[in-house]
Design a protein around this ligand. Structure first.
Ligand SMILES: [Zn+2]
Length: 270
């Protein structure tokens, strides 16, 4: 078989991952997987469609179609009236959304992306501690304050991306974002909706990082960045699949008794 032949192409790793999914299917997979893993709880209300669309990087019409199809399949449900909206079904159908398989099969790629992000972001944090401007520090402080105030995982996710992109800009190297941006965006395609409590907890590390930058302390900045990114191996879906939670146990990032105490109770959306 020659390289580039149809059979070679079918076996290419890219086809095993989520690239073969269209935008609609990625939204379906991410929400359904969050329900399967217990990150979104039965009866939990989803954020407004425009927020979901922004957070998951798709158009609003696509997000709406994904929600409608998941309602039809019993993963979500619509409720009318003053307290209406789209909610996780009270007894959600799990395991039925086949697009999830594409995410599961991309586990190796996700671990590789986390490592690449870790390498770049530690360097970024080190340089940013030397070069960050007063104005940039104010912008970062404001983003941390916003992430404490947001009312949904979708809003948090949008702020988180702005925060990490702003840290890259604070290095003062125009090309830092050229390398880091695509890795971050690629990794974000694998992020799932997360409980807001966990996201808020991860925001504590954002605050620690801003404090290290304010103190012009590159070692502290690198240390908190390392913790913030390294934990993704455990808290993203690649670390959660295989240990299916029961419906009432918070699944992510809660260290089990046999895990090292250094595992922070922190969240995926980082
Ligand atoms: Zn973050």
């Amino acid at each position: 078989m020659t390289p580039g032949s149809p059979l070679t192409a079918l076996k290419a790793p890219a086809l095993a991952g989520i690239r073969r999914l269209n935008a609609l299917d990625t939204v379906r997979a991410r929400i359904a997987m969050a329900v399967d893993l217990g990150l979104l709880k039965p009866g939990e209300r989803l954020p407004p469609t425009d927020e979901i669309a922004r957070a998951l990087g798709v158009g609003e019409i696509t997000a709406r179609r994904a929600l409608v199809s998941l309602c039809a399949e019993g993963v979500l449900e619509r409720r009318r009236g003053r307290n209406g909206g789209t909610l996780v079904a009270h007894r959600p159908v799990t395991g039925g959304v086949i697009e999830i398989e594409a995410y599961r099969s991309a586990a190796d790629e996700v671990h590789r992306l986390i490592d690449q992000r870790l390498l770049l972001e530690c360097g970024i944090a080190h340089l940013a501690a030397s070069n960050v401007s007063r104005r940039q520090l104010e912008e970062l402080e404001e983003l941390v304050a916003q992430m404490d105030r947001v009312s949904s995982w979708a809003e948090f996710h949008t702020c988180d991306e702005r925060f990490h992109t702003a840290i890259a800009a604070a290095t003062g190297l125009p090309s830092a974002g050229d390398q880091y941006g695509p890795i971050l965006r690629e990794l974000y395609r694998y992020y799932l909706p997360y409980p807001l409590d966990y996201l808020r907890e991860s925001n504590g590390e954002h605050a620690e990082l801003v404090a290290a930058l304010t103190g012009r302390d590159p070692l502290k900045a690198v240390d908190v960045t390392r913790r913030h990114v390294e934990t993704l191996h455990r808290t993203m879906f690649v670390g959660l699949i295989g240990r299916q939670p029961s419906a009432d146990v918070p699944p992510p990032a809660v260290p089990s008794p046999d895990e090292a105490v250094s595992v922070p109770a922190s969240a995926e959306c980082r």
